[in-house]
Design a protein around this ligand. Structure first.
Ligand code: C2E
Ligand code: CA
Ligand code: CA
Length: 561
């Protein structure tokens, strides 16, 4: 047994099965200083408690004469049960013949009634427990062989005991993870990986060993710790990462930790560690943070996201996801002219109300669901172009947003062509907006994709230009048809000289590339006038209209006619 698990007096648990209250009390009083004690009034109740998975009993003290289910019957059941047969049983009786028969049926020892002195009883209990624990089979199930930490099952039991022992103390649940552990295994071999895990376990014992510390390695490169509360975790694990680097010569081994401080002891142990793990996983890949603390808001956000992921299919099927259209106007003519539109998704959730794309687009981008959503929008937009053409005899080209995930889908081109053919519009009517940062991430890859799409007749707009930190060199070589300046520059262009200069610069770049520039987020006349003077061709923004449902968009088409 691990000593440190008991440094705060964690106790093994004994189950007393006895129908007479006075006897339960006497035995309980004798044992409760040294053991955690549970009670059952008859065999049936005891059996139920024994099957409660997460509690582990080190010993059963069993009365033989009881109502409902006798001690003898229970003993038979325990010994026949694979899960329970490893728990030692001491029977308590005043009848000699019963002693003999119970030993025959698998009891390990007996205590006679009336009870002996507490010392004798305690000594007998201790001896039997010791005997059982020395059987190595039990020990190997209790500990993770590699690190010497508890296995998940035993960890649960000891955390529970820590709770029982001291209900009012404040404790923290911690989840640690080794970033990119699989890469370490692949690049440096499993032996090195194992060594690192061992080192971590040892270091944790050094860090927390002086107070209460219960540790477990539930799987691969995750460590769970239950420790005395501490207010600050500043720099606590920094030494650990440094030491691992020095030992292994692997640069940038990073340990990240999620901490759920002052755990709520009313919630289950699993839930406490789910909280800590959530905090831990939230800083995956964020090299600026070593420790992250769980908060209520974090949990709410997580639940909200899970809900959105869960509801997306229904949303598509029930048409709660709809596409709005925002007009783009040409401004170089005397009177602004409707030229095209951008398709923007809207989610009207039956219970949660309107959800902003700013909320769910990044989420779906991170888990790949965005593809499904984008395809839906493309299909809707294409069929809308067709409907307007049929109804008004004019074509309003529509730009749709294309996410990073879509770009690397080998079926992108075919998927788009299929949509075009289904709706019977021209390829150039469905324009594709791709954010600048995607180009900056992988200029070569994107250039190849863009070349192919343009060869099929698609027009490509570079979205959010100015925010992606592209190099000038790259901009002059990548294939695009429209440059769309990000609205953050427009917002401040009349207030701040630097932003105004930047907008002018973008207009010059567009001019140099011989492509039209679009300014988005134009909200007032002064912005429009300034942009017009600079030679900006197209404008999108609240000045003309917010994104609106297709039926409302029709008034802009009618106005043109
Ligand atoms: P974006 O592509 O840059 O779209 C422009 C955003 O600016 C839209 O927000 C639009 O409503 C808003 N906007 C337009 N004019 C003005 C203005 O004058 N003032 C202000 N303050 N805002 C203006 P929205 O619809 O909330 O979309 C946010 C982002 O979500 C979009 O940014 C785009 O990145 C993403 N998104 C929206 N729909 C889709 C979609 O169908 N697929 C993908 N992949 N992303 C989408
Ligand atoms: Ca866009
Ligand atoms: Ca944009």
């Amino acid at each position: 047994m691990s000593d440190f698990a008991y440094s705060k007096g964690l106790k093994r648990r004994i189950l007393i099965v006895e129908d007479e209250e006075i006897n339960r009390e006497i035995l309980g009083n004798m044992l409760q200083d040294d053991y955690a004690v549970s009670y059952a009034e008859n065999g049936a109740q005891a059996l139920e408690m024994l099957h409660e998975k997460k509690v582990r009993y080190s010993l059963i003290l069993l009365d033989l004469l009881m109502p409902v289910m006798s001690g003898e019957e229970l003993l038979g059941k325990i010994k026949a049960d694979e899960m329970l047969s490893g728990i030692p049983v001491i029977v308590m009786t005043s009848e000699k013949p019963a002693e003999v028969s119970s030993i025959k049926h698998g009891a390990d020892d007996f205590i006679t009634k009336p009870y002996d002195s507490p010392e004798v009883i305690k000594a007998r209990c201790e001896r039997i427990i010791q005997l059982y624990e020395d059987k190595s089979i039990i020990r190997s199930a209790e500990k993770d062989e590699l690190t010497g930490l508890f296995t998940r099952e035993f960890f649960h039991e000891y955390v529970r005991q820590a709770d029982d022992y001291d209900e009012i103390s404040s404790d923290d649940a911690i989840v640690l993870n080794v970033e990119h552990f699989h890469m370490i295994n692949e690049m440096f071999g499993r032996d090195m990986g194992d060594e690192i895990l061992k080192k971590i376990a040892n270091a944790l014992m050094q860090i927390f060993g002086s107070g209460m510390y219960i540790g477990c390695r539930p799987d691969a490169d995750y460590f769970y710790l239950y420790v005395d509360h501490r207010d600050s975790y500043d720099g606590l694990f920094t030494g650990l990462s440094d030491e691992l680097e020095k030992y292994s010569h692997i640069p940038k081994i990073r340990i990240r930790a999620g901490v759920y401080q002052n755990v709520d002891k009313q919630i289950s142990i699993d839930e406490r560690f789910d909280h800590a793990k959530l905090a831990c996983d939230r800083i995956r890949g964020d090299y600026t943070r070593e420790v992250n603390f769980y908060s209520r808001e974090m949990n709410d956000a997580d639940l909200f996201h899970e809900r959105l992921i869960h509801d997306i299919d229904d949303a598509i099927a029930n048409r709660n996801l709809t596409v709005f259209y925002q007009p783009k106007y040409g401004i170089q003519s005397e009177k602004p002219e409707l030229r095209s539109a951008e398709a923007l998704i809207r989610w009207k959730h039956p219970e949660l109300g309107m959800i902003s794309p700013g909320e769910f687009i990044p989420l779906f981008e991170s888990n790949g669901l965005i593809q499904k959503l984008d395809h839906y929008v493309w299909r809707e937009a294409a069929s809308q172009i067709r409907k307007w053409r049929d109804k008004f005899g004019v074509t309003v080209p529509v730009s749709v947003n294309v996410s990073r995930v879509d770009i690397y889908d080998p079926e992108l081109e075919n998927g788009l062509i299929e949509i075009i053919e289904e709706s019977g519009i021209n390829v150039s009517d469905l324009m594709l907006e791709i954010t600048e940062s995607a180009y900056a991430d992988d200029a070569k890859g994107l250039t190849d994709v863009a070349d192919k799409l343009r060869a099929r007749g698609f027009k490509i707009e570079m979205d959010d230009f100015g925010t992606g930190y592209s190099s000038l060199n790259m901009i002059t070589t990548i294939p695009i048809d429209v440059l769309k300046i990000d609205m953050s520059f427009i917002r401040n262009m009349n207030r701040d000289e630097k932003n105004r200069k930047l907008v002018e610069l973008v207009m010059e770049i567009a001019d140099f590339l011989k492509v039209p520039a679009v300014a988005e987020g134009v909200e007032d006349e002064s912005q429009l006038e300034a942009l017009k003077k600079m030679g900006c061709q197209l404008i999108q923004g609240y000045y003309f209209s917010k994104p609106v449902p297709p039926e409302d968009f029709e008034k802009f088409i009618k106005q043109e006619a």
